[in-house]
Design a protein around this ligand. Structure first.
Ligand code: PEP
Ligand code: MG
Length: 888
């Protein structure tokens, strides 16, 4: 196996092997763009190292051969005393992990070669600055020295010199700083800073491999659901310098605005600096457009390259570049991250430009992005006190208490507070705090600063570079034009406009929701571009998808909303939700009934109410299927709390005025109390044990359908039996249901065409699905209960108890209640689908567990061949989109 590839050998499709950065460097090299020569060590080499603790035996020789070739090309040797070749060693995994992994620049400098570099560059200051950067980065990332120590020494040097920016330090100051840095290395790492350039390079490569398993990287992967076993590639690239004076510099550029999608010149440029300075947001950058005045030749070349890249990648690209004394170099490109809104706009723009097809456009957006666009926004008409304005780095409207450090952000959010994390700038150590916060606000850094990039990746609201705000993290406050915001004061930040407000600003629905609600039309004059883009993408998705999308809804209001959102029916109406509120007492009567007469009376009282519910529901969903599920939960859920009632009765007894009803109630509560109610008397078991209960519900459904029919409606009811474990249960319920339906048909003179089916939500049902299909015209997979029973996890308790530990240990990357566990629960679904169809070829198959609205799960349900997914009304657009993406 080959472990090292020259940049001329790879291409953009080799991301698994070369990582994103390496693959794209190779692609740009082969496009003839100016990329500094170099080579990539593969992710395979990293995997061998991580698995065995040792690098592959042949790696050293392969690296030597590629280094030789690089040295020949460049005409100088690594670390050569009089004219050193310097290289950068950078991580680059398949998926971009901004700021998570380690990078070491300027490898090859030593006490000797720093002199050679000074002579060659004709700039002593530059050479010593590069050397101190090497020791600093190497010390921190390779030797594990606390980075603060270097920062403090640097600050001290600046204070001593009475200057504020690094560039004001002169060669002599930097020389002294190098001596100090070397001392720090020696005392902290217990070894000298290595003078041998090859040793520097080898240690740096190893450190990059190790950084794959650093805490920050692991946390980021869990967040982003990136598998832990991919490993990272390592790019060794000849150095070019942006810090060689005013005719040098470094920058980041986007081929389109990653926030709006508009074409134009977007990016940041920093004169006389190295790339890390821009990404870390350490000094404030200038807009890229200003480069035209600074260096027109490079600017024009960059514009040309950006066009080449966009047409080649057929997508928004982001770029890192460096200008070394007027010569432009491309250091990185990749298909760029973007806001959710920009993703929709860019996808449709690229279709219009003829660059991509509709099917490709669907791959450029995600359901998660659509969900983000459905978040509410700040009310523009609200009375607000604006504190300042920064850069709109990641959209959303976030309100929370101001906190100035990540620790407090985590602590407060754990106790249920909403917080906004306010920092001068963030760095990778702030990751936990950023996760805990509602939003992130920084006073420094541009659109490509750490805060901005990471927040966009997480879909967190972020405003960065709000320069008027003076953030004082030590005193935990920020000051702006005389206003002081202390820790705990509420602030609101708008990641779409960059505005920062004092206090809580009220929020309004998003235009995308207004559009789905039918309150805004895509063709209307005031419909914004975003709404138009969403409208078109949804049409692409609807045109492609095979899965139908239904709603879980229990009342006419929800059903109507679902219909506006594009629901093609109701996949689950939970009838227990119709027994809450005032009707609870009626159910209580049913449970307490001692005699047949009492029970029948209770059922008779419930019947018209149930019927009315169904009439309204069938009317709202006229012409579309409505799956009504018969009563599911344990009966004691309708009775008072056992402890409270016991206390009440005990107190009453001590006063000798216990009332008869309470005593009966308490007896019933005791009788029905179960240790494991989820595994107890619920679902079909209730129907079999409480005479007349299911009969009443079936009658209500049938009579409601008949009423709608007679009113010239088109009711399409489906009756669903929950928690079936064996076909016998279903047969008994079915027989009675068929009898009642026939009776209602006869008395009302209607032909109701009601179908009867079951939920598949117990492992036994899934395993015997072939038999169950004999008595079921449809299956609806109840993946909530199926997950609960397959894993043996209580769905009500598990998230608060041990799931965090499981997630931290990587046992699963996401809760199986959120995303379907394909290997376990999913495989039961798959086999039940096959068995069901084998018995009854036309059987209708759907899912109504929470997974029906989860993007990844929707793809799975498409793949196993279900007919529909059913989810809550608000997730319907997401399910439609994902179903379309799955099919294209
Ligand atoms: C299920 O179990 O997946 C389901 C939809 O039913 P419920 O959530 O009501 O138990
Ligand atoms: Mg269930």
């Amino acid at each position: 196996m080959k472990f090292v590839y020259d940049f001329t050998e790879g291409n953009k499709d080799l991301k698994d092997l070369l990582g994103g950065k390496g693959a794209n460097l190779a692609e740009m090299t082969n496009l003839g763009l100016p990329v500094p020569p170099g080579f990539t060590i593969t992710t395979e080499a990293c995997k061998v190292y991580l698995d065995s603790g040792e690098e592959p035996a042949v790696l050293r020789d392969e690296v030597s051969a590629h280094l030789d070739a690089l040295e020949q090309k460049m005409g100088k040797r690594l670390g050569q005393a009089d004219d050193p070749l310097l290289v950068s060693v950078r991580s680059g995994a398949k998926f971009s992990m901004p700021g998570m992994m380690d990078t070491v620049l300027n490898i090859g400098l030593s006490d000797k070669s720093v002199q050679g570099l000074a002579k060659q560059a004709g700039d002593e200051r530059f050479a010593w600055d590069s050397y101190r950067r090497l020791i600093q980065m190497f010390g921190k990332t390779v030797l594990g020295v606390d980075g603060e120590l270097f920062e403090e020494a640097l600050e001290k040097a600046k204070t001593a010199k009475k200057v504020t920016v690094d560039t004001d330090l002169e060669a002599g100051d930097l020389k002294k700083l190098v001596t100090t840095f070397k001392k720090i290395v020696k005392s902290e790492a217990g070894r000298d800073f290595p003078q041998d350039p090859r040793e520097q390079m080898d240690l740096a490569i190893k450190a990059v491999f190790d950084s794959w398993n650093g805490d920050r990287a692991k946390l980021y992967r869990r967040q982003e659901r990136i598998p832990h076993d991919l490993g990272t590639a390592v790019n060794v690239c000849s150095m070019v310098f942006g810090n060689l004076g005013p005719d040098s510099g470094t920058g980041v550029a986007f081929t389109r605005d990653p926030a709006s999608g508009h074409q134009g010149v977007y990016g940041d440029y920093l004169q006389n600096a190295q790339g890390e300075d821009v990404v870390a947001g350490i000094r404030n950058t200038v807009p890229l457009a200003e480069l035209e005045q600074i260096d027109k030749k490079s600017y024009d070349q960059l514009m040309q390259i950006m066009e080449t890249l966009e047409t080649h990648y057929k997508d928004l690209c982001d770029i890192e570049f460096t200008i070394e004394r007027g010569q432009l170099w491309m250091l990185q490109t990749r298909v760029g991250k973007r806001t959710a809104g920009a993703a929709f706009r860019i996808a449709t723009q690229l279709v219009d430009q003829g660059l991509i097809s509709e099917a490709e456009a669907l791959q450029r957006v995600t359901g998660a992005q659509l969900a983000q666009l459905m978040f509410p926004r700040f009310d523009e008409g609200a009375k607000v006190k604006q504190l300042g304005r920064g850069i709109a780095a990641s959209p959303g409207a976030a309100v929370g208490k101001a906190v100035f450090d990540s620790y407090t952000a985590i602590k407060w959010s754990r106790s249920g507070e909403k917080v906004i994390l306010i920092r001068r700038e963030t760095n990778p150590d702030d990751l936990d705090g950023m996760i805990a916060a509602e939003g992130i606000l920084t006073s420094r850094g541009g659109k490509t600063s750490h805060a901005a990039v990471v927040a966009r990746g997480m879909g967190k609201t972020c405003v960065c570079g709000a320069e008027e705000l003076e953030v004082d993290t030590k005193r935990r406050r920020l000051t702006v034009n005389g206003t002081v915001v202390e820790e705990g004061d509420v602030v609101s930040i708008d990641g779409s406009t960059g505005k920062v407000y004092l206090g809580e600003v009220p929020v309004v629905p998003s235009p995308v929701v207004e559009y789905f609600e039918g309150r805004m039309h895509a063709g209307a004059d005031d419909a914004d571009e975003l709404v138009q883009a969403v409208h078109r993408i949804m049409a692409f998705a609807d045109g492609k998808r095979r899965l139908r999308v239904r709603a879980n809804a229990d009342n006419a209001e929800d059903a109507l909303r679902a219909r506006r959102f594009g629901a093609q029916g109701i996949g689950l109406c939970r009838t227990e939700h119709m027994f809450l509120g005032e009707r609870r007492e009626m159910v209580e009567k049913l449970i307490l009934a001692d005699t047949d007469e009492e029970r029948e009376e209770a059922l008779k009282a419930l019947l018209p109410q149930q019927k009315q519910d169904f009439v309204e529901l069938f009317e709202a969903m006229d012409g579309l299927p409505v799956t009504v599920r018969l009563l599911d939960p344990p009966l004691h859920e309708f009775l008072p709390d056992i402890t409270e009632l016991s206390v009440r009765v005990a107190l009453a007894e001590s006063r000798k005025d216990a009332n008869e009803n309470d005593l009966r109630l308490l007896q019933a509560v005791h009788r029905l109390h179960e240790q494991n109610p989820m595994l107890g008397l619920r679902g079909v078991r209730l129907g079999l044990v409480i005479p007349g209960l299911f009969t009443m519900q079936v009658r209500a459904i049938a009579e409601a359908a008949a009423e709608r029919k007679n009113a010239k409606g088109d009711p399409r009811a489906e009756i669903m039996i929950p928690l079936v474990g064996t076909v016998q249960e279903l047969e008994i319920v079915r027989e009675e249901a068929d009898r009642v339906i026939a009776e209602v048909q006869a008395t009302t003179g209607t032909d109701l065409k009601l179908s009867i089916g079951t939920m598949i939500e117990l492992p036994r049902a899934a395993v015997t699905a072939g038999q169950i299909a004999e008595a079921a015209e449809f299956f609806s997979f109840g993946t909530n209960d199926l997950t609960q029973t397959v894993w043996g996890f209580s769905r009500d308790d598990v998230e608060a108890s041990f799931f965090t530990a499981y997630l931290e240990k990587g046992i699963f990357g996401v809760s199986p209640f959120e995303t379907i566990d394909k290997d376990g629960v999913g495989s039961l679904v798959r086999s039940a689908v096959e068995a069901g169809r084998a018995t009854r070829p036309g059987i209708k198959l759907g899912v109504c567990g929470e997974h029906g609205g989860d993007p990844e799960s929707v793809h799975f349900f498409h793949e196993v061949g279900l007919d529909y997914v059913s989810c809550s009304p608000f997730r319907i657009p997401v399910a439609r989109l994902e179903a379309g993406r799955a099919a294209s």
